[in-house]
Design a protein around this ligand. Structure first.
Ligand code: FAD
Length: 360
């Protein structure tokens, strides 16, 4: 039986593990985080039609139901505003059925994706590199000690991928010279009335006269009370001070008072910085027993809200190829023929969107 090793129990790695496990493939996932609760990579994720299709393809029905039931109430509006909340643009998305997922809380989503494959995932194992034996099998090594061996290694280990570092030396995402400060305002009886009605309907982007923009989007859980409003400021590195919440407050101090109020009620401990990066398109490499998926190969700015959706698509495509009647090299080559152009088209769209949002 084919044995697949996956580096990274992020969103793409777990979706792939689900699909392969469901298809009867022997799969082992190694994750450097000590526990599933360790990540602090963001809050709300927008899931689009491609992401929904990939989830349907990868997940057993009971896990898909769980992911849907723990997702956010669907939004129906994407809008942009000036700093006095004058609306520039709005697009409505009426009637998204409840069977579709339009937003998730990242940690909740990741826990959902782990359901049923817990015994396939080993936390606290950092892959440092691999060796391909004469037999063609791949042996991986862990920083914590020990090795494992399989027929295919999938680097689903995100922006700083160790697998990519060895497979394509010198290739990696570049810094686009912008930073995000991410945080959130908890929604409770006290803060709920402060949220402008349109901000509660989807994604809102407010572009300030000072070249700074802030995105707002709610997660309101479908079947439990509460939730939060995600707050994401995009700015240049030199405008970020040591107090991140203070930086967001300061950057928006002359904006509409409703915005100042919700930022002021943000949870100060929730704010963290992110470097905005993008990968340049590369030529296909010679396919073999090591491949890449998601941010490990095509890192993109969060502007389009599609990085996770693309990683989920990669997982669905790779799983379909591995579960087809192609031999292993044929399946990996077929996956890479689809994944590479799709991933880099999406990176380039996201970079264009970032340029529009950040006025570049
Ligand atoms: C703030 C923010 C907001 C975003 N919003 C959206 C959105 O709304 N919609 C959307 O589609 N995308 C969004 N994205 C992008 C999305 O988060 C990523 O594209 C997505 O997480 C990529 O999934 P992945 O599985 O490739 O990598 P990840 O989810 O990053 O997973 C990689 C995993 O590999 C592990 N790892 C790393 N190195 C090793 C190693 N050496 N050994 C073992 N494990 C390792 C990491 O710990 C991690 O768990 C956003 C990103 C950010 C930062």
């Amino acid at each position: 039986m084919t044995r697949v090793l996956i580096s990274g129990a992020g969103l793409g790695g777990l979706a792939l593990a689900q699909a392969l496990h469901r298809g009867g493939v022997d799969v082992a996932v190694y994750e450097r985080d000590p526990t599933p609760a360790t990540r602090n990579q963001g809050y709300r994720l927008h899931i689009d039609a491609n992401g929904n299709a990939a989830l349907r393809a990868c997940l057993p029905p009971a896990v898909l139901d769980l992911v849907r039931d723990t997702s956010g109430v669907n939004g129906d509006l994407v809008a942009t505003y000036g700093q006095r909340l004058e609306r520039y643009f709005a697009q409505e998305f009426p009637g998204i059925p409840e069977s579709e997922i339009s937003n998730v809380d990242r940690d909740t989503f990741r826990r959902g994706l782990l359901t049923g494959v817990e015994d396939r995932v080993v936390f606290g194992r950092t892959i440092t590199g691999y060796r391909i034996a004469d037999s063609g099998r791949v042996r991986i090594e862990f920083a914590e000690g020990g090795t494992d061996e399989g027929d295919l290694l999938v680097g689903a280990d995100g922006v700083g991928s160790a697998v990519r570092g060895q497979l394509i030396p010198g290739f990696g995402p570049r810094d686009l010279g912008l930073r995000c400060i991410y945080g959130r305002m908890p929604i409770d009886a006290g803060t709920e009335p402060l949220i402008p009605a349109e901000f509660d309907r989807g994604f809102s982007w407010v572009a300030g006269d000072n070249g700074i923009g802030v995105g707002f989007a709610p997660v309101r859980y479908r079947h439990r009370p509460g939730g939060y409003l995600m707050i994401a400021l995009v700015t240049t590195p030199e405008r970020i001070g040591p107090d991140l919440h203070g930086t967001v407050i300061e950057a928006t101090s002359s904006w509409d008072p409703r915005i100042k109020t919700i930022i002021g009620y943000g949870d100060s401990t929730s704010f963290f910085p992110i470097t905005i990066r993008a990968s340049d398109r590369i030529d296909p490499w010679q396919s073999g027993p090591v491949t890449l998926l998601g941010d490990a190969i095509h890192t993109m700015p969060p502007a389009g809200g599609v990085g996770a959706n693309t990683a989920l698509q990669d997982a669905a495509t790779l799983a379909a190829e591995l579960l087809s009647d192609k031999d292993l090299p044929g399946a990996v080559a077929a996956y890479e023929r689809v994944m590479l152009p799709r991933g880099f088209d999406t990176v380039e769209n996201s970079v264009r969107m970032l340029g529009q949002m950040a006025g570049r």
